[in-house]
Design a protein around this ligand. Structure first.
Ligand code: HEM
Ligand SMILES: [Ca+2]
Length: 747
């Protein structure tokens, strides 16, 4: 019982009563079915009426296929449950494995609880629960669609913004956090708290704060059960089946962008989002993947694998690990749906370098001269992050792995290299500031340097990276271009938090850009062979050689092709010849977050909804029709990745919209945004300092931190391939490669 409650983050939920029930048998499956039900009898105030509420509880992962989304009555073959318990029945997941089987449909009784456990029925006019009124698709569309009038309107209902003047909201705000003792600290906090100092907003964007969303969740039970049913009431196809039949692995190099762009993207992702897991020990499948475990952790949502899977069948694998993201709910408030927690600060604030808490950051610091701890080979000028001695931090074959502010760093050798670049940049700046201002303490040098490095990252993101991702139209539509001089972006009403749509779908476009091979100094190497094995970075000149390689190697197109390095060999368990499938994880993560289907986002963006499979194009439509019951079922990740990239961008329209929206929030909702001036930003730069930062480029940073800057060459547009006109590699002494003049920081 505790376990079930714990993973729901009870400190935030503040409610939970678990009733453990045994259902003797579910016909067909022949398995004993156990269902935990969290029965909340709480009070919700809806339109001034107090009503009792029962909420389906915690082990939804096993039982969540049961509800029929949008159902208003029980279809045939149903097993209904008594009133006052929004109970569900658990089905054996092996039912899903055999795709030939007709899935049995069950639903809960309509009873008294429509609209509370099933807010999908929010269209019912006479259903006036708070959830219903909040989550009407029509309303969210209306709210979110302030955009169409040109200036982006900030949706408030779904984002927990101030809603006091909104008639649809009759609940007090939750997850408010305390008030901030120090409202005008010069340096942002490590945990991201108190960026917004207004009452009720002090946690926005902080580590451990849940994600926001553009559209309301399509939870099967309205509370937390994953989206696993088709609009027809049948099950959605297994995420692995979708991945295996729709996506291949063909080498399709991008004509303009290089692998550094892919790698910077992953570095940035790790700064702003991390789905918080439930438990490191949760295990959903047997080690050999032959079956799911008998009594899975309640957060398990393993991915079924077909007997005839084109890859996994040869190993007898029928089950891929998947643990659901931990959710928070609203403290001391009426019942709400689960909201997925991000474990890192949502802001672009270098948390991947400095950590997402004061405790983490202190461990990363040298506590001398404002520097970060590092491994330094003085003669070779080869500075690396410190070693991570934690058991299991790396692959067994790796002699070394590294510790930075984010524990995903060792995934890929090129990711470690980008972290190394920023660690060197920090220590390089700290050293200069120390010389310029010998009277400064370690703390002052550290914080001033951190402030500069964060500013550099933000500038590179908005000036160089994002324009290439979303293209000029979206840069303009969402006013994403950096300012000249001080900006006036900050708006305390904007919630900067990461959107589920961004984290669980849109920004995962990057997985399609991963090449099958990396051009490393020793030659071509299969990408997955470099996973969790960054030892070679200690070799003299490896760092420079690695960047030379990824500056020249094209990344892959964002399309329906994904490297087998990530669809077959992602992070294999020791001793097994197969790994996980990242595309399946992406699709399943979207269902875990209960992202509504792709068509909902087309509708929201006022684009033609794809009512027929044929609207997806001649090539994929037969496959889609084979997989999904209905076009309205197509997952957001799938529909988005299948779109043709828009002009000047690398992603299609739907992902561009979500990504632009996200970065607009990250800019407008960040009081410490680097270009904000004295009127908002307590840690603003002076104008000459800001002008220096606005000159910097990623190419400049690479030059400043290369092992041998005298022989290093880099193209000025670091994310573009060098054969492009005007982008020929330059010596680091060229005036096309800017460097930061730190004299402006002399006290
Ligand atoms: C070889 C390179 C990469 C590998 C091996 C990798 C692997 C992974 C894995 C294992 C996850 C967790 C999946 C889950 O359980 O939901 C993940 C999440 C994610 N990845 Fe990647 N990834 C890579 C590159 C990228 C790139 C280039 C981007 C974008 C430009 C990206 C964007 C994301 C996002 C947005 C998430 C969700 C993060 C979160 O909130 O937890 N990844 N990736
Ligand atoms: Ca961050």
């Amino acid at each position: 019982m505790r376990e079930v409650c714990d993973f729901q983050q009870l400190e935030l939920v503040g409610w939970c009563a678990i009733v453990k029930m045994k259902f003797p048998h579910v016909a067909g499956a022949g398995k004993k079915v156990i269902s935990y039900m969290a029965l909340l009898v709480g009070l919700t105030v809806v339109l001034g009426i107090t009503i009792p509420v029962a909420v389906v509880g915690a082990n939804q992962p096993q039982i969540d296929k049961v509800f029929k989304a949008g159902s208003t009555s029980c279809p045939t073959e149903t097993t209904c449950v008594p009133p006052l318990q929004c109970a569900t029945m658990m089905m054996d997941r092996t039912d899903l494995v055999d795709e030939s089987m007709t899935p049995r449909r069950r639903c809960r009784i309509k009873a008294n609880f429509d609209g509370i456990c099933c807010p999908q029925m929010r269209n019912d006019e006479d259903n006036d629960s708070e959830e219903n009124s909040r989550f009407s698709p029509a309303q969210s569309s209306e709210i979110n669609h302030g955009r169409k009038s040109g200036k982006r309107n900030v949706p408030d209902l779904l984002l927990g913004n101030d809603t006091s003047d909104n008639p649809h909201i009759r609940t007090k705000r939750c997850l408010v956090g305390g008030d901030c003792l120090h409202k005008h600290l010069r340096y942002r906090r490590y945990d991201g708290k108190c960026n917004n100092v207004l009452h009720g907003r002090t946690l926005w964007g902080s580590a451990g704060y849940p994600m926001e969303r553009i559209l309301p969740p399509a939870y099967g039970n309205g509370v937390w059960s994953a989206r696993v049913l088709s609009v027809t009431g049948n099950f959605l196809p297994s995420a692995r089946s979708v991945s295996a039949s729709l996506f291949g692995d063909l080498h399709v190099p991008h004509s303009k962008h290089n692998v550094l762009m892919m790698q910077f993207g992953q570095f940035l992702v790790h700064d702003i989002t991390k789905n918080k897991g439930h438990s490191d020990t949760a295990k959903c499948c047997l080690d050999d993947g032959s079956h799911r475990v008998a009594n899975p952790h309640p957060a398990c949502l393993p991915i079924p694998v077909s007997k005839v899977d084109p890859f996994y069948s040869q190993f007898g694998v029928r089950c891929l690990e998947f643990v659901r993201t931990a959710v928070a709910s609203r403290q001391n408030c009426n019942v709400g749906h689960g909201r997925q927690i991000s474990a890192v600060t949502h802001f672009i604030d270098g948390s991947g370098i400095y950590g997402s808490s004061a405790e983490d950051s202190i461990l990363l610091r040298a506590l001398e001269g404002g520097r970060l701890k590092s491994l330094k080979h003085v003669r070779l000028n080869n500075e690396l992050p410190p070693l991570d001695e934690t058991e299991g931090a790396c692959d067994k074959k790796s002699e070394m792995c590294f510790k930075v502010g984010d524990d995903r760093v060792n995934q890929l050798i090129t990711l470690v290299a980008v972290h190394t670049l920023f660690l060197r940049e920090h220590n390089r700046i700290a050293k200069t500031l120390d010389k310029l201002n010998p009277h400064w303490s370690d703390e002052t040098i550290f914080q001033e340097t951190r402030r500069i490095v964060i500013a550099e990252i933000q500038h590179i993101v908005f000036n160089e990276y994002l324009p290439n991702v979303v293209g000029p139209n979206y840069m303009q539509k969402y006013e994403l271009h950096p300012s000249k001089g001080y900006s006036n972006f900050y708006n305390p009403k904007v919630n900067p938090s990461i959107l589920s749509e961004f984290s669980a779908a849109a920004f995962r476009f990057g997985h399609s850009t991963i090449p099958d091979y990396l051009e490393l100094p020793g030659g071509l190497e299969k990408t997955h062979k470099t996973f969790f094995d960054p030892t070679r970075l200690r070799e003299p000149h490896f760092f420079d050689g690695l960047f030379r390689g990824i500056l020249h190697q094209p990344q892959q197109l964002v399309d329906d092709m994904f490297s087998h390095s990530v669809t077959w060999f992602l992070n294999p368990k020791e001793g097994f010849p197969f790994g996980k499938d990242l595309v399946s994880l992406n699709i399943q993560r979207g269902r875990d977050h209960a992202l509504p289907s792709y068509n909902h986002y087309l509708h929201l963006n006022e684009r033609h909804v794809k009512n027929e499979f044929s609207h997806f194009g001649a090539v994929v439509s037969p496959k889609l029709a084979d997989l999904y019951d209905h076009p309205d079922d197509v997952d957001l990740y799938v529909g988005g990745i299948l779109e043709t990239p828009i002009s000047g961008a690398i992603v299609g329209e739907t992902f561009a919209e979500i990504i632009s929206d996200q970065f607009a929030r990250l800019k407008e909702g960040d009081r410490y945004f680097y270009s904000e001036g004295p009127h908002t930003n307590p840690g603003h730069f002076t104008l000459p300092q800001l002008e220096e930062i606005q000159k910097i480029t990623l190419a400049g940073l690479l030059c400043a931190n290369a092992n041998d800057r005298h022989s290093f060459h880099v193209q000025p547009q670091a994310f573009d391939l060098p054969h492009h006109a005007g982008n020929q590699p330059q010596s680091c002494h060229s005036n096309q490669i800017p460097s930061l003049d730190l004299n402006w920081w002399k006290d």
